[in-house]
Design a protein. Structure first.
Lengths: 299, 336
């Protein structure tokens, strides 16, 4: 987890004549994601001509460019130079936000859909939560939910479909929750499902097909093209890469209360801006979690 | 100022040249799958290239117009009828209020485009009128058309259009693309591919199979992507990296280029098209060049595609030739 590695060359590859792919690391880690974020920031700030889309992901980046506006070889040279300059994380920080997301774990909606698709599952006799708990050596679903909600998650990628966040938990690798995806994908997943596949938790921004194990449902929208809620004044998508998420377990009564606030147009997420200290977060994730918790609750 | 939709067709949506700039949020670049067909249709009726058109997939709509308008039909080969009278494709047709437009069955290709003078006038969302149904964005009420919809048309532009190839100069009723310049739709296509991304995950045999197989398009072919069948690709075996997933075709979820070829499980390669999902956990082994995306847009289920590897320099040459080809067609539009 040391940030003091020598500068290394990231693997770059063309995605046809309009895309450049930059792989920070083959495997997932908080450090690889921070490096991707740092390089993204460098590329944004360099204001390279001809870049139409700058898409950071878990441990890589994808750039879309117009080769009439920037020669591919020039783009590659500029990116390599920026990568060399950003590979040393040192004392760098990233603008971030700490966001509290109320979740009804073990809810009836994902329960019902899960029950319909048992034939697609590894252990049809078990619920997704019980399966995930067993896979990770927990005594039961309550313990698993505690592990899922007690340490924060960092948004490492937004995409697949509109506004869907992929999140990686800010805990050492030995405490990462890992669960295989369904054996074959479902044709239905409720909107706002908290899903998990591999080491990633996602929130399904819209209803649709999916293969992640289902643990619960977020109470409030995370994607709102209609822009009726105040959180969506600037963007129709709630999450940005680098956001830090605390899942706050709620019961059915509180869930209904939040739904009523959403319907009334008055719901607002608790969102606190935070400058993320990359080296500190890597050095001691648990200590950094305490700081983030204080940030969220205004210590 | 409208079209009254009598029958919607199978999947008729409003499209323009797309919505770049939001891919990092998972919002696809979108736009007409066959861009050249959309651009030429617009030129025929005097619109700028980025005016919104209707994209008709397999089975088109039947509709009535409430105002005088020019219509041009381009792309897949289909018989257009106005009040049951056959009309030429790649030609501007003058419509009068009350005219009913309908289409026969496709004879080649998969998608045809309807441009109307003034364009389809739906709200611009994030810089585009293109329909993204999954994300409830753009288009006519964010969805494919239904019977009973009343689709608004814009006001016809005059001689000057922003960025247009002199719209209105040669456009007008009877304006037509010379037959020898009309793109022809084939049952077998060759797609130029820049290998890369995760092609190192394929074994030598796997790469050879990718490039030598006659791939047949399955029925899973839509604006998101086209799934082909025909062979199983072999991967080099490895201990999977942390976070990548257990299958040899899995990677740590990453961004997907438009045109990229992913091969879940090593069987049935999927070529993502303009409504691509923006990322995921399957290894991509290459990317179809931008110049060939129109060709792919016209592929019918059952048709054959072969992948031919090219270097980036060749992809750029094909790109330039594609742009010049579109320009040549627009420049050759003449009044009959």
């Amino acid at each position: 987890m040391s940030g003091a590695q020598p500068t290394r060359e990231y693997r770059c590859s063309w995605g046809g004549d309009e895309f450049l792919f930059i792989e920070i690391d083959e495997e997932m880690s908080l450090e690889a994601n921070f490096r991707a974020a740092a390089l993204t920031r460098g590329i944004v700030e360099a204001q390279l001509p001809g870049l139409t889309d700058i898409c950071p992901s878990n441990a890589s980046l994808l750039l879309r460019f117009d080769p009439e506006l920037i020669a591919p070889e020039e783009l590659l040279a500029r990116v390599r130079a920026l990568a060399a300059g950003s590979a040393e994380l040192g004392s760098s920080t990233l603008p971030s936000r700490v966001i509290e997301v109320p979740v009804w774990y073990d809810d009836p909606f994902t329960g019902e859909v899960g029950a319909r698709f048992r034939a697609n599952h590894q252990t049809p006799q078990q619920s997704d939560l019980d399966y995930a708990a067993a896979e990770n050596g927990f005594a039961g679903r309550e313990e698993f939910i505690r592990a899922h909600s007690s340490s924060p998650w960092i948004v490492t990628m937004v995409g697949f479909v509109a506004g869907l966040p992929f999140m990686y938990q800010m805990v050492p690798r030995e405490r990462q929750l890992q669960v295989p995806k369904y054996l074959s994908p479902r044709t239905d997943t409720p909107a706002l499902t908290i899903g998990h596949g591999g080491c990633f938790t996602a929130i399904y921004s819209v209803r649709g097909a999916g293969g992640y194990q289902m643990f619960g449902v977020a109470a409030a929208p995370i994607y709102e093209p209609e822009r009726t809620l105040p959180d969506y004044a600037d963007s129709i998508v709630l999450f940005r890469p680098g956001d830090i998420v605390f899942f706050a377990p709620v019961d059915g009564a509180r869930y209904e209360q939040i739904r009523a606030e959403v319907d009334a147009g008055s719901w607002r997420y608790r969102i606190v801006p935070h400058e993320l200290d990359l080296a500190a977060a890597l050095a001691d994730p648990d200590a950094y979690t305490s700081i983030l918790r204080e940030v969220l609750h205004g210590a | 100022m409208a079209l009254e939709i009598l029958e919607p067709g199978l999947a008729t949506t409003v499209q323009d040249l797309g919505r770049p700039g939001h891919y990092a949020l998972g919002i696809p670049i979108g736009g007409a799958l066959d861009r050249r067909a959309a651009v030429v249709a617009n030129a025929l009726v005097g619109n700028e290239p980025g005016a919104a058109v209707l994209e008709c997939t397999y089975l088109g709509p039947r509709f009535a117009v409430t105002v005088p308008a020019l219509l041009a039909v381009t792309g897949a080969e289909v018989q257009t009828r106005v009040n049951d009278e056959p009309q030429d494709s790649w030609t501007a047709i003058a419509l009068a209020p009350g005219d009913v437009v309908s289409f026969g069955l496709l004879t080649a290709g998969a998608r045809y485009y309807l441009a109307f003078s003034g364009g389809i006038d739906v709200p611009v969302v994030l810089g585009s009128r293109s329909t993204y149904a999954l994300g409830r964005l753009g288009g006519f009420e964010h969805r494919a058309l239904r019977a009973g919809d009343v689709v608004p048309l814009g006001t016809a532009v005059g001689g000057e259009g922003a960025g247009g190839p002199e719209p209105g100069v040669r456009a007008g009723a009877g304006a037509t693309v010379p037959p020898q310049l009309r793109p022809r739709q084939a049952a077998e296509i060759e797609l130029h591919v820049v290998l890369g991304l995760y092609d190192h995950r394929l074994s030598e045999q796997g790469r050879e199979t990718l490039l030598s197989t006659d791939w047949r398009l399955t029925t899973l072919a839509d604006r998101t992507g086209m799934r082909y069948a025909g062979a199983t690709l072999e991967w080099t075996q490895r201990v999977q990296p942390f976070g990548a997933g257990s299958d040899q075709s899995n990677i740590v979820d990453a961004g997907y280029p438009v045109g990229s070829i992913q091969v879940p499980g090593g069987t049935e390669p999927i070529v993502l098209h303009r409504d691509a999902v923006s990322g995921g956990g399957y290894a991509m082994v290459g990317t179809v060049v931008s110049a060939d995306l129109d060709l792919l847009a016209q592929a019918m289920p059952g048709s054959i595609a072969r992948f031919r590897a090219v270097e980036l320099a060749e992809a750029l040459r094909l790109r330039a030739a594609y742009a010049a080809g579109t320009r040549a067609i627009v420049d050759a539009i003449a009044r009959r």
